[in-house]
Every structure is written in C-alpha cells, then in structure tokens.
Design a protein around this ligand. Structure first.
Ligand SMILES: Cc1cc2nc3c(=O)[nH]c(=O)nc-3n(C[C@H](O)[C@H](O)[C@H](O)COP(=O)(O)OP(=O)(O)OC[C@H]3O[C@@H](n4cnc5c(N)ncnc54)[C@H](O)[C@@H]3O)c2cc1C
Length: 234
C-alpha cells in the first residue's frame, strides 16, 4: 500500500444525499477495479479515517474518486463541507472485490451506495474492451436514490454487453424499473443464465446477507460463484 497527502480537486453531487470526491492521481496510485482505500480528513480539528471503494476506474487516469452517502456522522458532516483545495491523506489500495477479466459472464447485485465498486468495474471492462457480458440488478428505494443513473445509462448505450435492471421499492416515474426488492423471481427473470455467471454482491450488510440467502438457498448456487463486499457502517 502507498500513502500520500493530496487535495480535493472536485466535489460532485450525485443524488440528494450522495456526493463524489475526487483527488489528483499520481502515477504510483495504482489499483484494481473494485478495490477500496482509506481517506483521512480533518474533522473538528482532528484527523479521522474511513475507508471507501473507488467509484472511479483504474482507466480514469487523472483522478481517483470515492462516493459517499452523507449521513449525520461528524465525518460525513465534515465531508459535506469539504471544498476544492482542502487537504486529505490517502492510503491505498486494498480489497479483493475485484474484476480483471477472470470470467466471461458476471452479474452484479447491488443496493444503494453499494454501487460504487461496481461502477468502477463496469467502466473498467468497457474502457479496456475486455468483452465481458455484465448484468446489473440495482435496488433502491426510489428513482431519486439511484446513484450514477446517467452514468449507467451512458455505459449501456456505449456497450451492448451491459444490461442494467433497476429495482425500486416505490413506483418508478420516469425510468423503467421492476417494483419491490431484488428477489428470486427478479433474478431468474433478469439473469436467465444465472447458473453460468459469477455473482458480485455489494451493499449494506443486511442487503448482502439477503442476497446471499437467495443465491445459495433459493437458487442453489455455490459459495465459489459469489463474491461479496459488505459496506459495514450502514
Ligand atoms: C470495504 C468497504 C467499502 C466501503 N465503501 C464505501 C463507499 O464507497 N461509500 C460509502 O458511503 N461507504 C462505504 N463504506 C462504509 C464506510 O466505510 C462508512 O462505514 C460509512 O460511510 C458510514 O460512515 P459514517 O461516517 O457516515 O457513519 P458512522 O459514524 O459510521 O455512523 C453509522 C451510522 O450512524 C449514524 N450516525 C452517526 N453519527 C450520527 C449523528 N451524530 N447523528 C445522526 N446519525 C448519526 C449515521 O447515519 C450512520 O449511518 C465502505 C465500507 C467497507 C467495509
């Protein structure tokens, strides 16, 4: 792992409660799509560290980015106030929720902010022209909670090998979506060849547990066909 001091070069609002933060990327700052890193910022005069997945892809060479749900915590409040030029320390990379062309067909199950490493992987596959067939089932409460909506729309237009299925608890207004929670029927319907795919599951622990249950107990998939990342803290 490497560690370096850096500064914020951009802050991007993604939804009503999600923001992305970008830092200048040096040549040494190498990572795999889907990994995470440690971010130290100043919170009420003290240094505080939390870890976040890269929402940017290794192919996006000018910056590294993480994307955080802004909660009521002191760390979140400090992040919400952060501006271009502010200091941060980064330690990176870590994690094994990665993809570098190992499988021909993959499926992602994601909920809420758990989309961040998946956005990194999808962008990477497209930019590197790896050719992987990818299906993403992305669960959110409502349309306004979908993170990277426009980004995934663009990626689908760009790359026919990516299919995105939104699953919303509330009635969709403008976008095509399935209603409810990601469940066995929705997976069978959207990922008909699910037995032939490697699954990547990422989200808050309760969501990951529920998805694991469906994949293993209801669809009889084995442990080795499922890779998970738990966003502890939510
Ligand atoms: C491998 C990995 C990757 C991760 N990647 C990401 C990522 O890409 N994006 C991301 O957003 N998170 C990610 N996380 C989770 C992240 O590390 C934090 O745990 C998470 O962001 C919660 O931090 P927090 O400061 O918002 O809340 P914490 O301080 O951890 O508090 C937990 C909860 O309590 C509530 N809370 C805390 N203090 C207050 C308060 N004073 N008033 C009201 N409510 C309060 C908050 O709502 C919060 O949801 C990742 C975790 C792991 C393990």
């Amino acid at each position: 792992m490497i560690q370096f001091d850096t500064e914020v070069i951009d802050v991007i609002r993604r939804t009503h409660n999600v923001k992305s933060f970008r830092f200048k990327r040096t040549k040494e700052a190498d990572f795999k799509a889907g990994q995470f890193f440690f971010v130290t910022i100043e919170v009420n005069g003290e240094e505080r560290t939390k870890h976040f997945s890269f929402s940017s892809s290794p192919t996006e060479s000018k910056y590294i980015e993480f994307t955080k749900k802004i909660t009521g915590s002191d760390y979140s409040k400090a992040l919400d106030m952060i501006k271009v030029g502010d200091w941060a320390r980064i330690k990176m990379p870590k994690g094994s929720f990665t993809f570098d062309g190992e499988y021909e067909r993959i499926a992602f199950l994601s909920g809420g902010i758990g989309i961040t490493p998946i956005r990194s992987i999808c962008r990477y596959v497209i930019d590197r022209k790896i050719g992987t067939d990818m299906v993403l089932l992305y669960g959110n409460r409502s349309e306004e909670d979908i993170v990277f909506k426009a980004d995934f729309d663009r990626m689908q237009d760009e790359y026919p090998g990516l299919k995105v299925v939104h699953v919303l608890c509330e009635e969709p207004l403008n976008c095509q979506a399935k209603k409810g929670f990601i469940n066995k029927d929705i997976i069978e319907d959207a990922v008909m060849d699910y037995e032939k795919r490697q699954f990547y599951v990422c989200g808050p622990p309760k969501m990951v547990e529920a998805m694991n249950g469906i994949l293993k107990d209801q669809l009889s998939l084995t442990e080795d066909t499922i890779i998970t990342e738990n966003f502890t803290g939510y």
